[in-house]
Design a protein around this ligand. Structure first.
Ligand code: BG6
Length: 536
């Protein structure tokens, strides 16, 4: 999360869509936007060159960075995958998918028409290397190629199934490819690791130990793609760039916080992965905890990576270990939105894997003692919505008691992450007319009203920061482990039993038991779907 001075742009006129001033020459780098510097030269080695992540997210992000002039002209991109093919064929495949995504309004990469110069600029830097991820030969080939890496800098991006993480790191380590030469001129060697980082505390510890036996912590960039979202990074901006919020951001004024990541999609052909993972492991100790960390952390002394990560680490450390009693699991059944989970491809007919999880979390520190953080996530829910709602406590003195306006709607600040981008604030005003009546209203800010839509698939900042060596948005080994530790009793209940999984209709608000989790505290989930007027 590199910070640049004077980046406040609030008027429409100033917010221009980035123009592509790209030259196709190998060292002729496009101009970077003011206040931004291009990343240092490097070779980006992508393991999993033929995979979905490379196609859907990494290549669009590299293309967007090229359009913005943020890549060095000497940069190289090597794609490694099993399966013989020529570089030209790989380039052509990527070009086709980029064109498809660009034209697809539903895709995060809806750039419209591809800029040919920008694509040529990226395409010239692509090279395909055929190789298995577990054989010495692949790494010998790579070593030869990397001897000529620009600046001696190399980033290894593991866009592969998690079962390949350990063997790839081991081969890189044994081939000497992770060794950074001493001194400034030596060049960097960095390792980017995708989620899932382990499946519980024991496996995450084991993976960290394995990686750290071949690389230093500073070389390891563990990705949580939620941190690449502008709206997630903006949580810190809202909190720490405004005088309004921080004084009330504490137990004295905040009643509770709801963090929601609701999806309308089902498992979308990922049945095999999902059967072993489930909604809880897939989303809670990683994405949802990261959001919780951003909301709950103390102000850091600076935006230096360690300063920010230390403050977040304190929060993960302060999370009261969850018990099965704090958690509800659900699984979608046939409903208005389609078939049940058990009828999805690659899912066992009697599967007990959860597609929904809700949790009540407490952060045990001075600021947050007693404030519940309610987390929920699920597939095939009534609406797609990722957001954080901070509900304030009622006013201390009920000035309107014994009048028709006795019951006031609580103040709620909602930070909208996806698909809406912005914030809203629910508060009370007097309704017009001679009688004193209070009406609840909402004041909203939408990014699109103030800023030009940015071409952003969420990986641009992460890739750029990794090239710059800024680890602020990446997860440290200790935080990964403390997060898994906080949920260990849910994954491995002490009584040896399994968490019950409750049904919910596909397209609904989730299982009734999740409503009961909040009802026992006298609270309710914010509805995913607006209720029709006159309904309860
Ligand atoms: C991924 C999960 O990490 O995040 C998916 O594996 C989930 O199951 C996805 O759908 C949600 O991310 P986003 O950015 O689409 O909200």
């Amino acid at each position: 999360m590199s910070t640049t001075p004077n980046t406040q742009t609030s008027d429409h006129a100033a917010a221009q869509a980035p123009s592509c001033k790209v030259s196709a020459g190998p060292h002729d780098a496009p101009a970077s936007p003011p206040g931004k510097r291009p990343a240092p030269p490097c070779t980006l080695v992508i393991f999993g060159a033929g995979g979905d992540l490379t196609k859907r997210l990494l290549m669009p992000a590299l293309y967007n960075l090229a359009v913005d002039g943020l890549l060095d002209g000497a940069m190289k991109i090597i794609g490694v995958n099993h399966g013989e093919r020529e570089t030209a064929e790989w380039r052509e495949d990527l070009h086709k998918s980029l064109q498809q995504f660009a034209a697809d309004k539903a895709s995060t990469f809806h750039a419209g028409k591809l800029d040919d110069h920008a694509w040529d600029w990226v395409a010239q830097r692509l090279e395909y290397v055929a190789g298995e991820f577990e054989t010495d030969d692949t790494f010998t080939k790579l070593k030869e190629k990397l001897a000529r890496s620009p600046g001696g800098n190399v980033i290894f991006y593991l866009a592969v199934s998690s079962r390949f993480f350990k063997p790839i790191v081991e081969h890189l380590g044994k081939a000497g490819l992770l060794k950074e030469a001493e001194g400034e001129s030596g060049g960097f060697r960095r390792l980017v690791i995708e989620k899932p980082f382990g499946t519980d505390l024991a496996t995450a510890r084991d993976l960290n130990a394995h990686i750290l036996s071949y690389a230093k912590e500073e070389q390891v960039y563990r990705i949580d793609h939620f941190l690449g979202k502008d709206t997630v990074q903006s949580i810190l901006a809202v909190r720490f760039a405004n005088a309004l919020f921080e004084p009330i951001w504490r137990r004295e004024y905040i009643d509770s916080v709801q963090i929601t990541a609701a999806e309308t999609i089902g498992v979308e052909g990922r049945g095999k992965f999902y059967e072993q993972t489930g909604a809880f492991r897939d989303m809670v100790p990683n994405h949802l905890f990261q959001l919780l960390g951003m909301v709950a952390m103390e102000p850091p002394n600076s935006f230096d990576a360690e300063a920010v990560r230390d403050k977040k680490a304190e929060i993960f450390d302060a999370i009261k270990p969850l018990t099965p009693d704090d958690v509800v699991f659900g699984q979608y059944e046939k409903g208005p939105a389609g078939v049940g989970y058990r009828e999805e491809p690659d899912v066992a007919p009697g599967s007990t894997t959860e597609t929904y999880a809700a949790a009540r979390v407490f952060v045990e520190n001075w600021r947050w003692a007693g404030v519940p953080f309610y987390l929920r996530t699920g597939k095939r829910l009534a609406a797609r919505r990722t957001e954080i709602s901070v509900q304030l406590k009622p006013v201390p003195f009920r000035l309107f008691r014994d009048t028709p306006v006795d019951a006031l709607t609580p103040n709620v600040l909602t930070l909208r992450i996806d698909p809406a981008h912005g914030t809203s604030f629910d508060f009370n005003v007097k309704t017009p007319g001679p009688v004193m009546q209070i009406g609840a209203v909402q004041s909203s800010f939408d990014y699109a009203d103030f800023f030009a839509a940015s071409a952003n698939v969420g990986y641009e900042t992460l890739l750029y920061d990794c090239m710059l060596g800024d680890e602020t948005l990446f997860q440290r080994a200790d935080s990964i482990e403390t997060s898994w530790c906080a949920v260990d009793d849910v994954l491995h209940p002490k009584d040896g039993g399994a968490m019950p999984v409750h049904g919910y209709a596909a397209g609904s608000e989730g299982p009734a038991e999740a409503d009961a989790l909040l009802a026992r505290d006298g609270r309710a989930w914010r509805p995913l779907q607006k209720k029709a007027a006159g309904t309860k």
